[in-house]
Write a protein that binds this ligand. Structure first.
Ligand SMILES: Cc1cc2nc3c(=O)[nH]c(=O)nc-3n(C[C@H](O)[C@H](O)[C@H](O)COP(=O)(O)OP(=O)(O)OC[C@H]3O[C@@H](n4cnc5c(N)ncnc54)[C@H](O)[C@@H]3O)c2cc1C
Length: 480
């Protein structure tokens, strides 16, 4: 209160924060308090930790979210707000906002399993590590994210690539019900029977329709899995690309196989890291033999539970630094994979010497087993695609804001080159994966036009005043 009366010049936001205290009490926090600092200091990227909302709302129930949305819509005239689950989207303002209001959903983190063990109901503010530590002891799992600290809300509404995706599809495909608070504050369910078009919209449509508060996900029986990280010299790149193309083009993709092949540069030098995970407790399955035959430097491969694997995958990223990701999709031919590697290698001259720089390009198989399994029931628009695809992701981490421009220039140039080659080689695929996209990319516009039209129709239906298009500037919006 003192803070508000002494510091606030933006009276409409201040009025809104005061009204929020009226409905939500100490679930509203202000700068220089512990809950507020805890919220802004736990974003993945420095870009988002540096943004200071006027107040942060931390609901613990869907009813709290409804109260917040009703309050915001009744008092808010000129102010914007942001929605945050795990806070792992890296670019500025994706899930935080300067001088506005942030809804921090991390308190919506309840995880329960239905009595028949077929469904896990998961609060969107849970991190995937929490989900696996709950499900592992029950001998169950869900097709969720691979890194422990990433949030359920953002990953699921943007698609979601899981170790289990070749068996079950995108994470969003495995959600049987979304609980969501709409712009008018009502809490509704979106599933096959109630609001089915909204369910499809939420499978890839991100924060454009409301605040998702809970997802009910299909579970499956799952014991320990085999996998880990295998480190190699970058000199082995040709063998790596051949092994990658082989795994991703095999007739009848092995649906237990998951892979991320990364070429990384840091102040310590260059290396190749294969994150391999076979979703059975089977050592050295045939599908990875070509990789295991390549001379290695170091390996963590063993049989372990999903929580342990997710902790290991999460340990690759450095929290609290400047972060960027950029993505594109293309076919899985050897010439194309070579082009990606060569362009990444040439791009290093643009980023070497930047303090704290980690510049990694990752190749992730996207076989039809993932993208076509449920293509007509999600919004990603890949039902016309064919053959094995590759999601190519650049992840960059560095120390200082003063290097942002240089990093962005290098990243844009790298992707221009990769895209040009994909077109020349006839393997360009327009799909831009939202969860990995850079702020200058337009992932929803890359979905098939019928999907975009449906997303616009659902948006008009559930949010006729366009609250989620105009008052939540962060994240990826529907095309105009
Ligand atoms: C270390 C790391 C590992 C990753 N691993 C994977 C992986 O294995 N597979 C994969 O597919 N992706 C992965 N990603 C990408 C990840 O899916 C995205 O960064 C995703 O946005 C993170 O979700 P979040 O809830 O943590 O993010 P947030 O930053 O909280 O949210 C991201 C976006 O979603 C919106 N949003 C969040 N919650 C809601 C909600 N409840 N209702 C409506 N809108 C909402 C936000 O407004 C924001 O625009 C990874 C990212 C990192 C940094």
């Amino acid at each position: 209160m003192d803070y508000l009366s002494e510091n606030i010049t933006n009276t409409s936001v201040a009025t809104c924060c005061l009204a929020l205290i009226g409905g939500l009490g100490n679930k509203v926090s202000f700068p220089n308090t512990q809950p507020y600092n805890d919220s802004i200091n736990t974003y993945f990227s420095q870009q988002n930790s540096n943004l200071h909302p006027l107040c942060i709302v931390s609901p613990t129930t869907a009813a709290d979210v409804s109260t917040a949305i009703k309050t915001i819509t009744s008092t808010l005239e000129t102010t914007n707000f942001a929605i945050r689950s795990g806070g792992h989207a890296p670019f500025t303002g994706a899930s935080n906002i300067a001088n506005g209001i942030t809804l921090d959903l991390r308190g919506l983190n309840r995880i329960t399993v239905s009595p028949d063990h077929t469904t896990a109901s998961i609060g969107v503010g849970a991190a995937w590590g929490d989900v696996y530590s709950h499900l592992d002891p029950l001998g169950l799992s869900v097709a969720g994210g691979r890194a422990a600290q990433v949030g359920v809300g953002g990953l699921t509404t943007g698609g979601g690539i899981s170790y289990f995706s070749p068996r079950y599809g995108w994470t969003c495909d495995t959600v049987t019900n979304f609980e969501i608070v709409l712009a008018n504050g009502t809490i509704v369910n979106a599933n096959e029977h109630e609001n089915p078009e909204l369910m499809i919209a939420l499978r890839g449509g991100s924060n454009n329709f409301g605040v998702v508060t809970r997802v009910d996900m299909k579970t499956f029986e799952q014991g320990p899995i085999w996998g880990g990280s295998v480190y190699h010299s970058v000199d082995t790149y040709q063998q790596q690309l051949e092994a990658f193309a082989g795994l991703n083009s095999a007739e009848g993709y092995d649906e237990h196989a998951s892979l991320i092949t990364s070429f990384g540069f840091s102040e310590q030098g260059k290396a190749v890291v294969n994150s391999i995970v076979y979703t059975k407790a089977e050592e050295n399955p045939a599908v990875y033999r070509p990789f295991m035959e390549i001379p290695k430097l170091f390996s963590t491969v063993r049989i372990a539970g999903m929580h342990e694997m997710a902790m290991e995958q999460g340990s690759f990223s450095k929290e609290g630094k400047r972060q960027m990701s950029v993505v594109m999709t293309h076919g899985s031919t050897l010439p194309m994979l070579n082009a990606v590697y060569q362009h990444w290698d040439s791009s290093l001259k643009g980023v070497e010497g930047i303090p704290g720089m980690v510049w990694a390009i990752s190749l992730e198989p996207l076989p039809p087993a993932i993208y076509s399994r449920n293509a007509s029931k999600n919004s990603l628009g890949l039902d016309d695609a064919s053959g094995p695809l590759v999601v190519t992701l650049l992840s960059a981490t560095w120390d200082d804001e003063s290097d942002d421009e240089k990093v962005e220039k290098a990243a844009r140039e790298l992707f221009e080159h990769i895209e040009n080659d994909a077109r020349k080689l006839g393997v360009y695929e327009p799909f831009v994966y939202l969860n990995y996209a850079a702020p200058w990319q337009d992932p929803i516009a890359s979905y098939k036009s019928e999907c975009v039209e449906r997303l616009k129709r659902v948006s008009l239906d559930v949010d006729p005043k366009r609250l989620f298009q105009t008052k939540i500037p962060g994240g990826f919006k529907l095309p105009k």
